[in-house]
Design a protein around this ligand. Structure first.
Ligand code: MSP
Length: 513
């Protein structure tokens, strides 16, 4: 076991069912978790749902059911989808869970005792849709609040505030000292600029008369907790943090922390990069226990942002029905760099799947098994003089890419091994070697290399394609280890018998689109 690896995603809002953007983030985190498990790291993957807040209360009211019944219904849509997409999370964070509620209240009480939460009146413009007070910087060029804010009302109320401004200079110093906090690096620069502009404290309460669907403040029963303050705490409440005394919790060994938070670009600043880091500091977390952030781009649909008003919100289930979970997982991980936006189109998905999986990896599997059965009765001979130029350089590049969260480049290396092997078949022409008894040893060496490369390629694609990877390993008769340490050239023993081929990546006919 190496360094522990704790990974989380954002917890998804339960005011509406999941879309393809939610699926992208979940698959990305799942793939990283599976890669770390394959490396032998002590891996723990937390994900879940954000169940409180005004949007949920409003959506439930529109349907004429209670918020509790509403979130239960939407939550089951998320869990069913994660099962279909093979998301291997270790723990589930649902913010109505009584354990979470207790920890949020404990943290609030602690911060209140320390004087980091205070009560003050406030009057201003308020966006009902975004659940936040608006300032002049939210006004458009015409001086109005744009349609993205929905209904804007003028509101005066007393609320509780968290002393965010007290932590501004500390946060700037932290960002300067720890250049590794945010990936990609330009997002850390963006965050630093946002921290410099922090001017006011954060309202962390909502009066119950306006919003009742939330966690009641421990020191004032007239209020519930602002949904972000509640939601961010999931990362520690479900990881074993009891609500006070971070030093003791960190020393106990029972608290899975610090985490790598996988989040979209819209919620780094201010929610995670400002509020969350300041909250942890206020609770007494040391600088070395601050989490890191992997910030991904957005999935766009046919070049446009998904939105209800454009009517282009994509249900991932439709893609799973049509193309299967493997094709969806592969496409989302292969088609763009983490950090950049990715355009989702049916054509690109099908073309990636057919080119890389059906024609390259799938074809190699089929050709190799057929040739070994035809020329050697299904049995491999381990060559005394193996072919030069093994694939270890690609395995090293794969590891480096994954360690830098560059999943698409890691996949390029894994599939590159299969492409190299297909090329080897064209160069060596096993069908010609088989006709010449003087070339028997050469044929053995080529067939061995092909099967061994399939074994290694299957191990390397496993984080993204767990099902197909085990199908490939089972067809080549591999029952040995399948972790990253096993991805070395020459692992198959002499006399190994291969299984029977059956298609793992059936081609998707583009005309079906
Ligand atoms: N509930 C908050 C997060 C609280 S975390 C303590 C939230 N929920 S969300 O449902 O709106 O978004 C969940 C995640 O999905 C976020 O990381 C967000 O960036 C991501 N995405 C939302 N739309 C997306 C795309 N179109 N593409 C990729 N990711 C997207 O924010």
């Amino acid at each position: 076991m190496g360094q522990p690896f704790v990974i989380t995603t954002a917890i998804d809002y339960t005011n509406a069912p999941p879309h393809i953007g939610h699926a992208y983030e979940k698959i990305l985190a799942d793939v990283l978790a599976r890669y770390h498990r394959s490396r032998g790291d002590d891996t723990w993957f937390l994900t879940g749902v954000d169940q409180h807040g005004q949007k949920v209360q409003q959506a439930a009211a529109r349907e004429g059911i209670t918020p509790a019944a509403f979130v239960e219904k939407i939550t089951s849509r998320f869990t069913a989808l994660w099962e279909r997409l093979c998301i291997s999370y270790d723990a589930w964070a649902a913010t109505t869970d009584p354990r979470h509620v207790a920890v949020v209240r404990e943290i609030l009480a602690d911060l209140y005792d320390r004087g980091d939460i205070y009560k003050a009146p406030y009057k201003g413009f308020y966006s009902v849709r975004q659940e936040q007070f608006l300032t002049d910087k939210e006004r458009g060029p015409d001086g109005e609040f744009g349609p993205e804010w929905g209904e804007v009302i003028e509101l005066e109320e007393e609320n509780y505030y968290f002393r965010l401004t007290k932590y501004r200079d500390w946060l700037l110093a932290l960002l300067d000292a720890r250049s590794d906090l945010v990936t990609p690096a330009f997002r850390q620069t963006e965050l630093r600029n946002a921290v410099e502009k922090v001017a006011g404290d954060l309202s962390i309460s909502r009066p119950k008369k306006r919003l009742s669907w939330g966690i009641e403040l421990p020191f004032d029963a007239g209020y519930v907790t602002y949904v972000w303050f509640d939601a961010l705490v999931n990362y520690i409440s479900f990881a074993g943090y009891p609500g006070r005394d971070p030093a003791a919790a960190l020393a106990s060994g029972a608290f899975r922390w610090p985490a790598l938070h996988v989040i979209g670009k819209d919620i780094l600043s201010p929610a995670h990069g400002v509020y969350w880091l300041a909250m942890l500091k206020a609770m007494g977390f040391p600088d070395e226990a601050m989490p890191r952030f992997l910030v991904h781009g957005f999935v766009m649909v046919d070049g446009e942002k998904m939105s209800k008003s454009l009517g282009n919100v994509r249900d991932p289930n439709v893609f799973v029905d049509r193309f299967g979970a493997d094709a969806v997982r592969y496409f989302l991980m292969r088609d763009g760099a983490v950090g950049q936006d990715l355009d989702f189109t049916d054509e690109r998905l099908v073309s990636r799947y057919n080119t890389d999986l059906a024609n390259n990896l799938g074809n190699l599997l089929n050709r190799t098994l057929n040739m070994v059965h035809k020329y050697r009765g299904g049995v491999l001979a381990k060559p005394a003089a193996p072919l030069p130029d093994d694939f270890s350089a690609r395995v090293t590049a794969y590891r480096e890419a994954f360690d830098a969260h560059k999943v698409h480049l890691a996949l390029e290396q894994a599939l590159g091994i299969a492409a190299d092997s297909n090329l080897l078949i064209e160069q060596e022409k096993p069908w010609a070697l088989a006709k010449d008894p003087a070339q028997a040893a050469r044929l053995d060496a080529v067939l061995y290399r092909l099967a061994d490369s399939l074994r290694v390629a299957a191990i390397l694609v496993a984080p993204v394609l767990p099902g197909p990877a085990s199908a490939i390993l089972s067809q080549i008769g591999w029952t040995g280890g399948a972790s990253l340490a096993d991805a070395v050239c020459g692992g198959i023993p002499d006399g190994h018998r291969l299984g029977v081929p059956s298609p793992v990546f059936p081609r998707i006919a583009p005309e079906e689109l």
